[in-house]
Design a protein around this ligand. Structure first.
Ligand SMILES: [Zn+2]
Length: 267
């Protein structure tokens, strides 16, 4: 006997895998990570009980960041590892044990397809979406180390301009916790751009409970790291995405030069 809500597989053979890699042979020290790149939903999960109008909102993915991430990857010759399925299926930047890993509510929207989920169904999402993605990031870092390539982890996100009725003034923010090397450099460069309002650990800060990529792949691996959050209204179209990728590429190249001069870029 099984509950009608139980499912025994998550992705059909014709559905794309969660891990998306771009410029995998890129030699840049910057390894780009994009946890909220896509908003696909495995077919067996239907629409998670949501109308299309909700499934295109920021609650489902990081609007605009996919285009920025790929253009930045092109410009820097940087390897990008991204996750194609919606954060509403499983948030790949949350420890699997926390409630927001498979959210029952996001901002003010109830995700009915995530209510009353069995432990087995939650575990299946982890095995099929979360684990392969995290494993691949691990492998990529290992491979780079073996190849003698230094790795600076840059976790790319975007944020909604208005959250729960509160407007956010920042154009871009740096997010960091234990690594105090990269974020100050990035902040200094961003603040040198006269037209930008820059958030210092805004609109979010990083913690072990609310994040996975920076604590696990950055800090625990001993890599220099930062998160970057760009406001979604600035990168809603391809022109905006390319402008921001150009700007970030220029700044990250300058930072690479400074890090090499300090001799802190080593595998
Ligand atoms: Zn995000």
């Amino acid at each position: 006997m099984s509950d009608a809500g139980d499912i025994f597989h998550l992705l059909g053979s014709d559905e794309v895998p969660p891990v998306h890699e771009y410029n995998a042979s890129g030699r840049s020290p910057f390894l780009l990570i994009c946890d909220h790149y896509g908003r696909l939903i495995p077919r067996v999960l239907g629409d998670l009980g949501l109308p299309e109008s909700e499934l295109v909102r920021h609650i489902a993915w990081d609007i605009g960041i996919a285009g920025v991430a790929e253009a930045l990857s092109d410009q820097l010759g940087a390897h990008l590892v991204a996750q194609r399925y919606s954060r509403l299926v499983m948030d790949c930047n949350r420890p699997p044990a926390v409630a927001s890993s498979i959210p029952r509510i996001s901002e003010a929207t109830t995700i009915s397809g995530n209510e009353g989920l069995s432990r087995e169904a939650a575990e299946l999402r982890r095995q099929i979406i979360f684990d392969p993605y995290q494993r691949r990031i691990d492998e990529v870092i290992d491979q780079r180390t073996h190849q003698g390539l230094p790795t600076v982890l840059v976790s790319l996100h975007s944020f909604t301009p208005v959250y729960a009725g509160i407007a956010r003034p920042w154009h871009i923010g740096t997010l960091y916790h234990r690594d105090k090397a990269l974020a100050p450099l990035l902040l200094r460069h961003l603040r040198g751009e006269a037209d930008l309002v820059v958030g210092d650990n805004e609109p979010y800060s990083v913690s072990d409970d609310t994040d996975y990529t920076i604590p696990v792949h950055g800090e625990m691996r001993g890599l220099m790291n930062t998160g970057i959050e760009i406001r979604q209204d600035l990168i809603g179209d391809q022109a905006g995405q390319h402008q921001w990728a150009d700007r970030l590429a220029r700044i990250l190249r300058e930072i690479e030069t400074e890090l090499r001069a300090l001799q802190v870029l080593s595998a």
